[in-house]
Design a protein around this ligand. Sequence first.
Ligand code: PMP
Length: 412
Amino acid sequence: MKRMAEVGWRSRAAKVLPRGMYGHQAVQGLPSNYPQFYSRAEGCKVWDLDGKEYIDLLCGYGPNILGYGDQVVEEAAAEQAKERDTATGPATVMVELAEKLVSLTPGADWAMFAKNGNDSTQLAVTIARAATGRKKVLVQPQGYHGASPVWTPGRPGVLASDHAHQVGYVYNQLSSLMEAATSCEDDLAAVIVSAFDYRYSRNLELPTEEFAKGVRDLCDRTGALLIVDDVRAGFRLGLGGSWHALHGIEADLICYSKAISNGHALSALVGSKRCRDHGAEKVFATGSFWFSSAAQAAALATIVQLEKRNAIEQMMTSGRLLTEGLRSQAQSLGLEVIISGPPTMPFLTFVGDTPMDRPRAATFCETACRHGVLLHPHHNWFVSLAHTSIEVELCLAATQKAMMEVKRVHYG
Ligand code: PMP
């Protein structure tokens, strides 16, 4: 198969897009048979430019949660867009969406909206600094909170001053967090935590109860604010915030995007009363498209549908079917694998590979792709509601071949 359309468009892209494509959707770093472009998406499937169909376990890197093109969500967005979308003031759906998020989230008092996850993580820090009058923020180095210079130290074009006042800690290591906090003396504004530890190409690690409670205690003791970056995991572990679902923790600020509107451009920041008067009500926060109403209508419909269809439980069931299937395939072939993360956001690595070099995972994903299943050798995968047991069984048929290929190529 020559993939004529893909080859042609890649060559056109190379002339007008930096590197032919940039950012996390660029396929450099993935096996060479991964398409760069897709022509269509529906349910849990995508089609490349040459018409090949794939079951997509990457879900657009998270936004697809109910299924691509979910009818209820698309109708809500289209209905709203027909009335108005971007206009001189917001539509009332913005109030309804804020009410919905506040009612679902224990400890929440208000919500704000923007477009991308990075908007909400940056805004959370600004609000925390405004509310506390302090500067320092504890962050997990290599924990990802967005592409802006604030979150990407060491990248070209980024200055040391862009991430001044950040102090590093090790996820799930309370002693490192305490040490970092002590170094901030009385200038600690916030601690930002990922919903779980999903550093690129590492096995995923959920927060321990001791760590989660320790972070909350630290914030309560020092007056700092707890920011949970739920951009990636939001709505796949619980509807009221991942740390509440995992350990009953109420955050001061929760950052959402990705799955919140099933693929429409929206992010949200949900906050507590503590950071309202001197934080959310004081900072300067706006954007040309932050108040567009179709994406907000899509988000409201998405959240209602997640509730109505009991989506998290269903996705957990599908995720368990997938991960248990993968485990037993590996075991029966004598392959050592580590499957980490919650069932709705699993990740598989092969013992013997390293985070920087994953040749076994590359063979595995290359073969699965050839057999019509999109996985990732370095990034966690995502399960959607559209991945029913039927699609999971189809995935497992492909991964069985992929495991056998790993065995043949790497263990001959
Ligand atoms: N936080 C986390 C945990 C993320 O995974 C991402 C996106 N991958 C972001 C923040 C940034 O979101 P966005 O790309 O929408 O700006």
